[in-house]
Design a protein around this ligand. Sequence first.
Ligand code: NDP
Length: 463
Amino acid sequence: MPTFAGFVLFKGYSNLKDFDYDLFVIGAGSGGVRACRIAASLGARVAVAEERYFGGTCVNVGCVPKKLFSYAAHYLDDLQDSRGFGWSFDNVSFDWKKLKENKDIEINRLNGIYKSILDKNQVQIFEARARIQGPHEIEVDGKIVTAKYILIAVGGWPWSPEFPGSQHVISSNEVFELEQLPEAITVIGGGYIAVEFASIFSRLGVETTLVYRGEQLLRGFDDEIREFISAEMSHSLNLKLSTDVSEITNKDNVLTVKFKDGDQLECNAVLSATGRRPMTGDLGLDSVNVKTSDTGAILVNDDFQTEEPSIYAVGDVIDRMALTPVALAEGQIVARALFSEQKTSMNYQNIATAVFCHPNIATVGLSESDALGQGHKVDIYTSKFKQLKHTLSGRDEMSMIKLVVDAQTDKLLGLHVVALDAGELVQGFAVAMNCGATKTDLDNTIGIHPTMAEELVTMREKR
Ligand code: NDP
């Protein structure tokens, strides 16, 4: 059998040119579009199928519109804070419709940019659902096309548990389309989306309840950071921990939410942010040797190849780290590996991430408990402080920094920040950690005064 780049040609395809495309990508989100662009720039004949919107979750119902809403929400803090600095103003109001309209204009613009990236790179676009029919065959737009390689990059979809009245909940898809701002909202969940939207709504003046079944928000984050953010957020919203929603009833568009602890409240909307699942249904996976996990995630090896040698998968559909920059990197790695000599592998260590709640959380590396779990002896440095700005703003908001350091090698294992714009700060420290930064390197760095960032290089006392 002839081979190409380690790939064995299958029966019926004696010549590479027998395929309609070198790469057929299913899904034009972050990972899919990146793979298309890189593959096309390397000379591959590429096609993509997208049945919904260009740019995927991130651009349409995720990171980008969420961050725009988060900016909107933060203006209330800025307005309130400015009074301590001598500002005064009357008749302040907020127009949800205006925010939504402007957000839609920006998202439409971004959809166009994503499409034009594909057009400029001569990627054939099918605005239709694609279903795999065989290792090299895809049914799309009423016909069968063939490709040397298939890349599945279809992403995920909000998932919500069923309980009496669960039909009344909205997901993180619909939350961006609310016609009016609810007077009161209940948010279910303790992960990224729940915490971010609870923050947004509470800052927009909505009476917000965040209910999470666990003891502290954001499982997987450092325990002290979780405790700290739970305390901070409870200043601006009604935080119900260690319980869950048992029932929702609707009477004249007023929702009564009953909780397992016997409590109940009324609100106008319930946002369920209880996780997302890979969108692997109705993709034709039965026709090929592609395996999925219990949650539907496509199983791939370190090269993102499924057990069907011609089929690859990246991004949220493989459910490794459901983050846009991770999907971009994975898509790029696959395209380069297939169509060039540039073979790189994905390094999932020290990937910085931020939760855009108020204040933001940003983190890179290991939590204290993960570091201990991996057998490290650790030195811990923590600092909780009020930012200079809040001496005059009067805002009762604290910031926190935590460093997890390997006690034997002095290497920085984890860096965690809860503060305004923490994400902007932590990205640079992720670079340092990827270069193997030690605590001594931080100590030897002169701070920028007066900033919150200088705290990170002036921590001397171990916990
Ligand atoms: P997460 O997995 O982060 O959180 C899901 C939450 O729902 C958890 O608190 C979980 O609780 C809870 N939950 C799960 N099942 C149930 C249930 N049956 N009943 C009650 N609660 C339940 O998912 P999200 O939807 O918030 O976000 C999905 C992913 O998207 C994130 O993991 C992240 O990778 C990405 N994302 C990233 C953002 C960013 O970078 N800023 C922003 C938004 C999303 P428990 O912990 O107890 O299991």
